[in-house]
Design a protein around this ligand. Sequence first.
Ligand code: PDD
Length: 290
Amino acid sequence: MVGHLLIYLDGEYLDYSEARLPVDERGLQFADGVYEVALIWDGQYIDLDRHLQRLERSAAAVELTLPFTRSEIRAVAEELLRREGPRQANLYLQVTRGVAPRDHRFPPNVVPPTVIAYLKDAHFDHDGVQNGVAAITEPDLRWLRCDIKSVALLPNVLARQHAAARGVREAILVRAGVGVTEGSATNLWLVRHGSIVTAPESNWILSGIVRGVVMELARSEMLPVAERFATQEELMQADEVFLTGTTTFVTPIVEIDGRPIGDGTPGPVTTRLQERYMERIARLASHVAD
Ligand code: PDD
Protein backbone atom coordinates (compact mmCIF):
# COMPACT_ATOMS: atom_id res chain seq x y z
CA MET A 1 0.00 0.00 0.00
CA VAL A 2 1.35 3.40 -0.96
CA GLY A 3 -0.57 6.31 0.53
CA HIS A 4 -4.31 5.77 0.23
CA LEU A 5 -4.91 4.56 -3.29
CA LEU A 6 -8.25 2.91 -2.78
CA ILE A 7 -11.11 5.06 -1.57
CA TYR A 8 -14.48 3.79 -0.45
CA LEU A 9 -16.98 6.53 -1.32
CA ASP A 10 -20.73 6.06 -0.98
CA GLY A 11 -20.80 2.37 -1.80
CA GLU A 12 -18.02 2.23 -4.39
CA TYR A 13 -14.34 1.35 -4.21
CA LEU A 14 -12.54 3.92 -6.35
CA ASP A 15 -9.03 4.90 -7.31
CA TYR A 16 -7.89 7.96 -5.38
CA SER A 17 -7.98 10.05 -8.59
CA GLU A 18 -11.59 9.02 -9.31
CA ALA A 19 -13.00 9.85 -5.88
CA ARG A 20 -14.64 13.25 -6.21
CA LEU A 21 -17.15 15.26 -4.20
CA PRO A 22 -19.24 18.33 -5.13
CA VAL A 23 -18.31 21.68 -3.61
CA ASP A 24 -21.57 21.83 -1.68
CA GLU A 25 -20.80 18.71 0.33
CA ARG A 26 -21.61 19.69 3.91
CA GLY A 27 -18.39 18.28 5.31
CA LEU A 28 -16.51 20.78 3.17
CA GLN A 29 -18.80 23.75 3.79
CA PHE A 30 -19.79 23.32 7.44
CA ALA A 31 -17.46 20.58 8.80
CA ASP A 32 -20.85 18.94 9.38
CA GLY A 33 -19.78 15.40 10.16
CA VAL A 34 -18.00 12.90 12.35
CA TYR A 35 -15.05 10.55 11.91
CA GLU A 36 -12.91 7.78 13.33
CA VAL A 37 -9.29 6.68 13.04
CA ALA A 38 -8.61 3.03 13.87
CA LEU A 39 -5.41 0.98 13.97
CA ILE A 40 -4.37 -1.93 11.78
CA TRP A 41 -1.51 -3.80 13.46
CA ASP A 42 0.16 -6.85 11.99
CA GLY A 43 -2.58 -7.00 9.37
CA GLN A 44 -5.52 -6.94 11.82
CA TYR A 45 -7.95 -4.30 13.03
CA ILE A 46 -7.45 -3.45 16.70
CA ASP A 47 -10.56 -2.52 18.71
CA LEU A 48 -12.54 -1.70 15.56
CA ASP A 49 -15.79 -2.37 17.35
CA ARG A 50 -15.02 0.23 20.02
CA HIS A 51 -14.32 2.78 17.28
CA LEU A 52 -17.57 1.95 15.48
CA GLN A 53 -19.47 2.26 18.73
CA ARG A 54 -17.95 5.70 19.32
CA LEU A 55 -18.83 6.70 15.73
CA GLU A 56 -22.45 5.79 16.50
CA ARG A 57 -22.32 7.96 19.64
CA SER A 58 -20.77 10.92 17.78
CA ALA A 59 -23.33 10.65 14.95
CA ALA A 60 -26.25 10.50 17.40
CA ALA A 61 -24.88 13.54 19.24
CA VAL A 62 -24.96 15.62 16.03
CA GLU A 63 -28.35 14.17 14.97
CA LEU A 64 -26.87 12.36 11.98
CA THR A 65 -28.42 9.01 11.04
CA LEU A 66 -25.68 6.66 9.88
CA PRO A 67 -26.58 5.08 6.53
CA PHE A 68 -25.17 1.68 7.54
CA THR A 69 -25.29 -0.89 10.31
CA ARG A 70 -22.21 -1.71 12.32
CA SER A 71 -21.73 -4.99 10.48
CA GLU A 72 -22.12 -3.28 7.08
CA ILE A 73 -19.41 -0.71 7.77
CA ARG A 74 -17.23 -3.37 9.35
CA ALA A 75 -17.51 -5.29 6.07
CA VAL A 76 -16.30 -2.17 4.19
CA ALA A 77 -13.32 -1.85 6.54
CA GLU A 78 -12.49 -5.54 6.08
CA GLU A 79 -12.80 -5.24 2.30
CA LEU A 80 -10.35 -2.30 2.22
CA LEU A 81 -7.94 -4.34 4.33
CA ARG A 82 -8.38 -7.40 2.11
CA ARG A 83 -7.75 -5.41 -1.08
CA GLU A 84 -4.86 -3.31 0.22
CA GLY A 85 -3.27 -5.80 2.62
CA PRO A 86 -1.11 -3.53 4.81
CA ARG A 87 0.57 -4.88 7.96
CA GLN A 88 0.44 -1.51 9.69
CA ALA A 89 -1.97 1.27 8.75
CA ASN A 90 -4.83 3.44 9.94
CA LEU A 91 -8.42 3.28 8.78
CA TYR A 92 -9.90 6.74 8.23
CA LEU A 93 -13.70 6.71 8.27
CA GLN A 94 -15.81 9.84 7.86
CA VAL A 95 -19.54 10.46 7.61
CA THR A 96 -20.84 13.91 6.68
CA ARG A 97 -24.37 15.22 6.19
CA GLY A 98 -24.38 14.88 2.42
CA VAL A 99 -24.61 17.18 -0.58
CA ALA A 100 -27.18 19.99 -0.68
CA PRO A 101 -27.31 23.71 -1.63
CA ARG A 102 -25.65 25.68 1.15
CA ASP A 103 -28.09 26.25 4.00
CA HIS A 104 -27.31 25.89 7.69
CA ARG A 105 -30.48 23.86 8.26
CA PHE A 106 -30.28 20.10 7.73
CA PRO A 107 -31.09 19.01 4.18
CA PRO A 108 -34.27 16.93 3.76
CA ASN A 109 -34.03 13.28 4.76
CA VAL A 110 -33.79 12.18 1.13
CA VAL A 111 -30.19 13.47 1.02
CA PRO A 112 -27.93 10.56 1.95
CA PRO A 113 -24.90 11.19 4.19
CA THR A 114 -21.51 10.98 2.47
CA VAL A 115 -19.39 8.05 3.63
CA ILE A 116 -15.65 8.00 3.02
CA ALA A 117 -13.26 5.27 4.13
CA TYR A 118 -9.66 4.56 3.23
CA LEU A 119 -6.47 3.14 4.66
CA LYS A 120 -3.59 5.46 5.37
CA ASP A 121 0.04 4.53 5.98
CA ALA A 122 0.74 4.51 9.70
CA HIS A 123 3.95 6.04 10.89
CA PHE A 124 5.21 4.31 14.02
CA ASP A 125 7.58 6.74 15.72
CA HIS A 126 10.00 4.26 17.33
CA ASP A 127 12.27 6.98 18.62
CA GLY A 128 9.43 9.00 20.20
CA VAL A 129 7.76 5.95 21.73
CA GLN A 130 11.04 4.76 23.21
CA ASN A 131 12.79 7.96 24.22
CA GLY A 132 9.89 10.35 24.65
CA VAL A 133 8.86 13.55 22.92
CA ALA A 134 8.61 17.23 23.78
CA ALA A 135 5.39 19.23 24.02
CA ILE A 136 4.15 22.75 24.62
CA THR A 137 1.08 23.96 26.49
CA GLU A 138 -1.59 25.90 24.60
CA PRO A 139 -4.94 27.37 25.65
CA ASP A 140 -7.80 24.99 24.90
CA LEU A 141 -9.97 27.10 22.57
CA ARG A 142 -12.32 24.31 21.42
CA TRP A 143 -16.12 24.19 21.72
CA LEU A 144 -18.00 22.68 24.66
CA ARG A 145 -18.59 19.22 23.11
CA CYS A 146 -15.07 17.81 22.80
CA ASP A 147 -16.57 14.36 23.49
CA ILE A 148 -17.94 14.32 19.92
CA LYS A 149 -15.40 13.19 17.34
CA SER A 150 -16.38 15.92 14.90
CA VAL A 151 -14.44 16.73 11.73
CA ALA A 152 -14.45 20.39 12.85
CA LEU A 153 -10.85 20.45 14.08
CA LEU A 154 -9.65 24.02 13.51
CA PRO A 155 -8.55 24.70 17.12
CA ASN A 156 -6.80 21.30 17.19
CA VAL A 157 -5.11 22.10 13.86
CA LEU A 158 -3.89 25.48 15.14
CA ALA A 159 -2.60 24.02 18.40
CA ARG A 160 -0.75 21.20 16.63
CA GLN A 161 0.71 23.67 14.13
CA HIS A 162 1.97 25.85 16.99
CA ALA A 163 3.65 22.76 18.44
CA ALA A 164 5.22 21.93 15.07
CA ALA A 165 6.43 25.52 14.67
CA ARG A 166 8.21 25.16 18.02
CA GLY A 167 9.73 21.87 16.84
CA VAL A 168 7.79 19.68 19.30
CA ARG A 169 5.39 16.80 18.90
CA GLU A 170 2.20 17.78 20.70
CA ALA A 171 0.28 20.72 22.15
CA ILE A 172 -1.17 20.02 25.60
CA LEU A 173 -4.44 21.90 25.94
CA VAL A 174 -5.25 23.82 29.12
CA ARG A 175 -8.84 24.99 29.51
CA ALA A 176 -9.33 28.20 31.52
CA GLY A 177 -11.26 27.37 34.69
CA VAL A 178 -11.06 23.61 34.06
CA GLY A 179 -7.39 22.57 33.90
CA VAL A 180 -5.36 20.27 31.68
CA THR A 181 -7.73 18.53 29.27
CA GLU A 182 -5.85 16.55 26.59
CA GLY A 183 -3.49 16.87 23.63
CA SER A 184 -4.54 18.27 20.24
CA ALA A 185 -5.05 14.68 18.99
CA THR A 186 -4.21 12.59 22.06
CA ASN A 187 -5.28 11.98 25.66
CA LEU A 188 -2.92 13.11 28.39
CA TRP A 189 -1.83 11.39 31.58
CA LEU A 190 0.50 12.36 34.40
CA VAL A 191 2.10 10.48 37.27
CA ARG A 192 2.94 12.14 40.56
CA HIS A 193 4.14 10.31 43.70
CA GLY A 194 3.07 7.00 42.12
CA SER A 195 -0.50 8.03 41.40
CA ILE A 196 -1.81 8.37 37.85
CA VAL A 197 -4.06 11.26 36.83
CA THR A 198 -6.04 11.76 33.62
CA ALA A 199 -9.00 14.00 32.76
CA PRO A 200 -12.43 12.43 33.39
CA GLU A 201 -14.76 11.44 30.57
CA SER A 202 -16.82 14.58 30.05
CA ASN A 203 -17.65 17.20 27.44
CA TRP A 204 -14.10 18.57 27.83
CA ILE A 205 -12.23 15.64 26.27
CA LEU A 206 -12.58 12.96 23.64
CA SER A 207 -13.04 9.63 25.33
CA GLY A 208 -10.07 7.97 23.62
CA ILE A 209 -10.21 4.29 22.75
CA VAL A 210 -6.59 3.90 23.84
CA ARG A 211 -7.42 5.90 26.99
CA GLY A 212 -10.06 3.29 27.86
CA VAL A 213 -7.68 0.42 27.16
CA VAL A 214 -4.85 1.95 29.19
CA MET A 215 -7.29 2.55 32.05
CA GLU A 216 -8.13 -1.18 32.02
CA LEU A 217 -4.44 -2.11 31.85
CA ALA A 218 -3.58 0.19 34.78
CA ARG A 219 -6.34 -1.42 36.86
CA SER A 220 -5.11 -4.91 36.06
CA GLU A 221 -1.60 -3.80 37.06
CA MET A 222 -3.04 -2.53 40.38
CA LEU A 223 -2.04 1.03 39.46
CA PRO A 224 -4.73 3.43 40.74
CA VAL A 225 -5.94 6.10 38.30
CA ALA A 226 -7.58 9.31 39.52
CA GLU A 227 -9.90 10.77 36.87
CA ARG A 228 -9.69 14.50 37.46
CA PHE A 229 -8.37 17.63 35.77
CA ALA A 230 -4.78 18.42 36.76
CA THR A 231 -3.61 22.01 37.02
CA GLN A 232 -0.88 23.30 34.73
CA GLU A 233 1.37 23.54 37.78
CA GLU A 234 0.83 19.85 38.59
CA LEU A 235 1.60 19.02 34.98
CA MET A 236 4.94 20.81 35.14
CA GLN A 237 5.81 19.18 38.47
CA ALA A 238 4.79 15.65 37.45
CA ASP A 239 7.27 12.80 37.73
CA GLU A 240 6.02 11.39 34.42
CA VAL A 241 3.71 12.56 31.63
CA PHE A 242 2.51 10.50 28.68
CA LEU A 243 0.12 10.61 25.74
CA THR A 244 -2.21 7.95 24.41
CA GLY A 245 -3.94 7.68 21.07
CA THR A 246 -4.53 5.40 18.11
CA THR A 247 -1.66 6.92 16.12
CA THR A 248 0.45 7.75 19.18
CA PHE A 249 0.22 4.45 21.13
CA VAL A 250 1.64 5.21 24.61
CA THR A 251 4.24 7.95 24.13
CA PRO A 252 6.25 9.49 26.99
CA ILE A 253 6.56 13.26 27.21
CA VAL A 254 9.96 14.21 28.57
CA GLU A 255 9.88 17.98 28.13
CA ILE A 256 7.12 20.60 28.32
CA ASP A 257 7.58 24.27 27.41
CA GLY A 258 11.34 23.70 27.34
CA ARG A 259 11.50 22.24 30.87
CA PRO A 260 12.32 18.59 31.62
CA ILE A 261 9.64 16.33 33.12
CA GLY A 262 11.06 14.28 35.98
CA ASP A 263 14.65 13.45 35.05
CA GLY A 264 13.91 14.08 31.38
CA THR A 265 13.62 10.40 30.45
CA PRO A 266 10.58 8.06 30.24
CA GLY A 267 9.49 6.96 33.72
CA PRO A 268 8.73 3.47 35.07
CA VAL A 269 4.91 3.76 35.14
CA THR A 270 4.82 5.01 31.56
CA THR A 271 7.16 2.27 30.40
CA ARG A 272 5.15 -0.42 32.17
CA LEU A 273 1.84 0.70 30.67
CA GLN A 274 3.47 1.07 27.29
CA GLU A 275 4.76 -2.51 27.45
CA ARG A 276 1.33 -3.82 28.44
CA TYR A 277 -0.30 -1.84 25.63
CA MET A 278 2.13 -3.10 22.98
CA GLU A 279 1.71 -6.67 24.26
CA ARG A 280 -2.05 -6.30 24.04
CA ILE A 281 -2.11 -5.10 20.44
CA ALA A 282 0.35 -7.84 19.45
CA ARG A 283 -1.88 -10.41 21.16
CA LEU A 284 -5.05 -9.10 19.50
CA ALA A 285 -3.32 -9.07 16.11
CA SER A 286 -2.27 -12.68 16.55
CA HIS A 287 -5.93 -13.64 17.18
CA VAL A 288 -5.36 -14.92 20.69
CA ALA A 289 -8.52 -14.19 22.67
CA ASP A 290 -8.11 -11.23 24.99
N1 PDD B 1 -7.16 11.50 17.27
N2 PDD B 1 -8.22 13.40 21.85
C1 PDD B 1 -8.39 13.93 20.63
C2 PDD B 1 -8.78 15.36 20.51
C3 PDD B 1 -8.19 13.14 19.48
O1 PDD B 1 -8.37 13.65 18.25
C4 PDD B 1 -7.78 11.78 19.63
C5 PDD B 1 -7.59 10.86 18.45
C6 PDD B 1 -7.61 11.27 20.93
C7 PDD B 1 -7.22 9.84 21.18
O2 PDD B 1 -8.31 8.99 20.89
P1 PDD B 1 -8.07 7.47 20.45
O3 PDD B 1 -7.36 6.80 21.57
O4 PDD B 1 -9.45 6.95 20.26
O5 PDD B 1 -7.27 7.49 19.19
C8 PDD B 1 -7.85 12.11 22.02
C9 PDD B 1 -7.12 10.76 16.04
C10 PDD B 1 -6.12 9.67 16.05
C11 PDD B 1 -6.95 11.74 14.90
O6 PDD B 1 -7.68 12.71 14.88
O7 PDD B 1 -6.12 11.51 14.02
